[in-house]
Design a protein around this ligand. Structure first.
Ligand SMILES: [Zn+2]
Length: 440
């Protein structure tokens, strides 16, 4: 039995391992690690869908989290899949708890109000624009954290909440690591999962490979160092399976496509005087570089297909899959009718009025200058880096996101039922991963 520590660096690419291998924090992990390169993710490649697969070892059609955000056209989908109750498959936390191990989580997606996590500070934030005003924000933060945290997690939040300066990265990551240090040294949990978001934020706002990305990597390195030092002080470092992983790639975006403009023109979406959608018979929810069409009934679906036909004819959309096709090919989850993939340099917006195609913007990560949500075969892919007891260092290819949970549970000595997971232990028989020469 060993301890397990997982740090997810959102939007970390395999190619970034070359950038960070000589930095003081990352180098301490990489020099003794098994490095699984170009991990095959899920569809759509959205953070919450990916993290649900990482922690369950299941594809989206089994774990129950199909998107980052709940479908809510009137508010621009402002509520995210924060709650652990959204999951339909057991997680690493559930298997560990069943085996009598102690669990902690800081900033990990889809963990709010989780019974299985002893010390839980979930990823949650204030989404009501009224409550984001400076004078209201502290109280609103207290409320969302009180609802999402375990009792021990809420007292951690209260001790470190001064770091949540404006409810955004990189302060959120500083807050998370301050909580991690206290958990590592104060509770010495068997399992600790944490999620860092600044790199992803920088790619969305400055560009997929902008110079600021290197600054963000150095920032994340300082956080890796802090966690390593914390484990040294706690005396747990040598007994810890230490993991750094990414969740998805990113693609450059120059143009935003707004399919709801076509649906509104066809009378499938009713708009108020301000152009905000009210009732609808068909609606396209953006998932960044992909999008999902929801239809109330068969007739609405046929009308929507006809209204959206120009997107394919004009080359703005490169693939359209039915729900059944998206399940069969990618194990995609959700109750959508069709799933569309945007052409290179394009992503989807939610607008119901205005131009069908316009410049990418900065108001929403889904159509920022760089985004994700694309097919898992496109663009840069994340790494899965594992160091510690029982790990054979080396380079490997062929891993999938769903293989990470079984691999980590086997290394940490957490028993699980293989039939309940879609993935395979990457070091076991039947592993889809292949070892490649270190010099290749
Ligand atoms: Zn992400």
């Amino acid at each position: 039995m060993h301890r397990l520590f997982v740090m997810s660096v959102d939007a970390l690419f395999t190619s970034n391992l070359t950038d960070v291998r000589r930095l003081p924090g990352f180098s301490q992990v990489l020099e003794r690690a098994a490095m699984f390169e170009d991990v095959y993710a899920v569809y759509p490649t959205l953070t919450y869908v990916c993290h649900a697969s990482i922690m369950t070892g299941c594809w989206p059609d089994r774990h129950g989290v199909p998107h980052n955000q709940l479908l809510d056209p009137a508010t621009g989908d402002r509520v995210w899949y924060w709650d652990y109750g959204s999951l339909r498959a057991p997680t690493i936390f559930d298997w560990a708890k069943r085996a009598g191990r102690t669990c902690a989580s800081v900033g990990w997606p889809v963990t709010a109000a989780a019974d299985a996590i002893d010390v839980n500070v979930p990823e949650v934030w204030v989404c009501d624009p009224q409550m984001m005003r400076d004078e209201l924000l502290p109280q609103a933060l207290d409320e969302v954290y009180r609802r999402g945290c375990s009792p021990a997690g809420f007292s951690l939040y209260e001790r470190h909440k001064d770091l949540l300066v404006n409810n955004a990265t990189p302060y959120l990551d500083e807050f998370d690591v301050a909580c991690c240090e206290e958990v590592i040294e104060g509770c010495r949990p068997d399992v600790l999962l944490t999620h860092q978001a600044h790199l992803d934020h920088v790619r969305h706002s400055c560009g997929v490979d902008s110079p600021q990305v290197q600054d963000a990597l150095r920032f994340h390195d300082s956080l890796v160092q802090r966690c390593i030092e914390s484990m040294r002080r706690a005396g747990t470092l040598d007994d810890t399976v230490f993991v750094i992983l990414g969740d998805h790639g990113h693609l450059r975006v120059d143009y935003k496509i707004c399919p709801n403009v076509l649906l509104a023109r066809a009378g499938l979406i009713d708009l108020d005087a301000g152009g905000v959608p009210g009732s609808w018979r068909a609606y396209v929810q953006s998932a960044g570089v992909s999008a999902q069409l929801f239809a109330r009934d068969g007739r609405a679906l046929e009308e929507a297909r006809a209204a959206l036909a120009p997107l394919v004819e004009d080359g703005l959309v490169t693939s359209v899959l039915t729900r059944e096709e998206a399940r069969r090919l990618y194990h995609a989850g959700g109750d959508f009718a069709l799933m569309m993939e945007a052409a290179p340099n394009h992503a989807f917006g939610a607008d119901c009025t205005g131009e069908l195609v316009c410049a990418s913007g900065s108001e929403d990560y889904r159509y920022a200058v760089s985004t994700h949500g694309h097919l898992p075969s496109r663009g840069p892919r994340p790494p899965f880096v594992v160091a510690g007891p029982g790990v054979e260092p080396g380079r490997y290819v062929g891993a999938r996101l769903v293989d990470e949970a079984p691999t980590l549970m086997r290394l940490a000595g957490i028993p699980y039922d293989e039939a309940a997971l879609d993935g395979t232990d990457l070091f076991g028989p039947g592993s889809p991963a292949v070892r490649v020469p270190d010099w290749a």
